[in-house]
Every structure is written in C-alpha cells, then in structure tokens.
Design a protein. Structure first.
Length: 99
C-alpha cells in the first residue's frame, strides 16, 4: 500500500471512529512531517548539519553568480576597449597619422 492509500485509510478509520477535526489534523500533520523527513533523507539532508550545508550552498551559489556577473562585465568592457582602439586606429589611418 502506498503512502497516499495509508493516509486515506487512516483518515477513513478516524472518521469512522468519530474522530474530530483535531485528530484528523494531527494525522495529516504527522504524515506531512514523516513525508518531509523522508524527502530530506532521500537527498542527504536529514542530519543536524543540513542547515549549515544549505547555508554554504547558498553562499557558493551567490559567489558563482557574482563571478558570472563580473566576468560578463569584464568581457563587455574589453569589447568596448577593443572597439574604441579599432576606431582610433581606423581614424589614424584615415587621417594619415604616422609615428
């Protein structure tokens, strides 16, 4: 029986036994917590250090984005410099300037 069927059966039993909304809410919350714990365990984030690991990953991702932004900016700056240098060289040739 899959998890959804188990949860549905538990809710059906609780309703059949005259369980109130509080009991049903507790069942759903417990199922949610177990599902979240299982999902975290499946990706290796079930231990106490997981919060720190996620913080480090966020910092690493932010640093990577900063590097990409800086590299893009530097590439654009160099392209502009090369374009201006070519423009000046073409202007010098056109005007016949010799060193």
């Amino acid at each position: 029986m899959d998890d959804g069927a188990v949860l549905a059966e538990l809710v059906r039993q609780a309703e059949g036994d005259g369980a109130g909304r509080g009991t049903l809410r507790a069942i759903v919350e417990e199922a949610s917590e177990r599902g979240a714990a299982r999902a975290l365990a499946s990706i290796g984030l079930q231990d106490a250090a997981a919060g720190g690991d996620m913080g480090e990953l966020r910092e690493l991702l932010a640093a990577w984005r900063d590097v990409k932004r800086s590299a893009r900016r530097a590439a654009v700056e160099w392209m502009v410099r090369l374009l201006l240098a070519a423009l000046l060289l073409g202007l010098a040739v056109k005007l016949g300037v010799r060193a």
